[in-house]
Design a protein around this ligand. Structure first.
Ligand code: ASP
Ligand code: MG
Length: 416
């Protein structure tokens, strides 16, 4: 008998019909002789709605109270999905993160998992029950309710799969798997049967929204294979595991696009030790997630520093950068929110030189101007104008042999 962890995201449990469909699938899996642990997210946009509700009643919103509030979303789904499963004649029991012993540190809003006890899940499974666990939450070693960060129900699922030594961890979402590109931008995109953890990590870091970054990190560190698939079609999806690509597989696995970042340039910065630290330390202290950084060679003792960061952090960053620029005697600051980041990701790049050169040639031939470049061993990212996003993504997808040969036709969820 296999033990299967099935995680259902917000769109998969968005309304009573979706919940009943999920319950049918869980019951089907159970009736086929498997033990099942279900992990659920909050219904649809519940978490966002709770956050805006809090903003309407308070300007301070302590982490503790936010966590008390937000964990109710997942708790609601867990109880409801559990009831729907019971109605199908399957014994089921719901648990909060705290009840199943997901022990975390005390960092409200982004707590780290220290230990997963899982005793109550094991007991319930031994009694033949399906367990439905509220995702995204735990309890701190000071006995406070915590949340694990946005999108972290995936993390609950992989952590439980590891603790219970599950045979599979299935992540059900509103897309049918991991694609070679976002089909809303590149219609020729196709579903990948497999990506390895390193590729998935780079894809998540480059802006792919299919799996939350920390859950991939956890799955890689503990070698928990994930199966990302759709709760709308139930077809086989994409396996994410430690398997390295074979000899004949393409060097580039996917083109990842990201429009969530903005670019800041500090012009005429004096070129002397300590300047970068003076700029990036306060940004780090303010939790601004700086991504790419480029510093030009200096001319007559001054240089320009450009960096990208989430548009969402722009307001905070603007103030800091303006203050630091004045302190260090920079000439000026430029902001540009109309940029896009396009990345090629592929484990095969490690052993194939010339991918970057080919990428730049293809972009040049298609009239796309590159503003910034950054690389890792298995990723090359460029920043270009937001207006060039589609052209750049599509021509790279074609040039690196990823096109499916037919335009993607299935209905697609709204862009996040
Ligand atoms: N409901 C939480 C969020 O939206 C956790 C999750 O969906 O995984 O961030
Ligand atoms: Mg979610």
């Amino acid at each position: 008998m296999a033990l299967i962890v099935q995680k259902f995201g917000g769109t998969s449990v968005a309304d009573p019909d979706r919940m009943r469909a999920v319950a049918e699938h869980v019951a089907f899996t159970k009736r086929h002789g498997n033990d099942v642990v279900v992990v659920v997210s909050a219904m649809g946009k519940t978490t966002d709605n709770l956050i805006s509700l809090a903003a309407q009643v308070s300007n301070t919103r302590s982490g503790r109270e936010m966590d008390m509030l937000l964990t109710t979303g997942e708790r609601m789904s867990a109880a409801l999905v559990c009831m729907a499963i019971s109605d199908l004649g399957i014994d089921a029991v719901s648990f909060t993160g705290s009840q199943v012993g997901i022990i975390t540190d005390n960092k409200h809003g982004k707590a780290k998992i220290i230990e997963v006890k899982g005793d109550r899940v094991r007991e319930a499974l031994a009694q033949g029950k399906v367990c439905v666990v509220a995702g995204f939450q735990g309890v701190s070693n000071e006995n406070e309710i915590t949340t694990l960060g946005r999108g972290a129900s995936d993390l609950t699922a992989s952590a439980l799969a590891q603790a219970l030594n599950a045979d599979a961890c299935e992540i059900y979402t509103d897309v049918t798997g991991v694609f070679t590109a976002d089909p809303r931008i590149v219609p020729q995109a196709r579903k990948l049967a497999h990506v390895n953890f390193d590729e998935m990590l780079e894809m998540a870091g480059a802006g792919s929204k299919v799996l939350a970054l920390r859950s991939v990190e956890f799955a890689r560190n503990h070698n928990v294979p994930l199966h990302v698939r759709s709760s709308f079609t139930w077809e086989p999806g994409t396996w994410v595991s430690s398997k390295e690509p074979g000899m004949e597989e393409p060097i580039v696995s996917g083109v990842v696009t990201d429009t969530s970042e903005a670019k800041v340039t500090v012009i005429g910065v004096p070129d002397r030790p300590g300047i970068s630290a003076a700029l990036f330390e306060p940004l780090a202290d303010a939790n601004v997630n700086v991504d790419m950084i480029v510093q030009n060679t200096s001319k007559e003792g001054t240089t320009d520093i450009s960096f990208t960061m989430p548009k969402a952090d722009m307001a905070v960053a603007e103030q800091i950068v303006a203050r630091v620029a004045a302190e260090i005697g920079a000439v000026g600051v430029n902001h540009n929110a109309s940029i896009s980041k396009i990345s090629l990701v592929g484990a095969g790049m490690k052993t194939s030189p010339g991918i970057a050169a080919k990428m730049f040639r293809v972009l040049a031939d298609n009239g796309v101007n590159i503003e910034m470049i950054s690389t890792s061993t298995i990723r090359i990212s460029v920043v270009c104008s937001a207006a060039d996003l589609e052209t750049a993504a599509r021509c790279l997808h074609t040039a690196f042999g990823l096109d499916s040969g037919q335009a993607y036709a299935a209905p697609l969820p709204e862009r996040k």
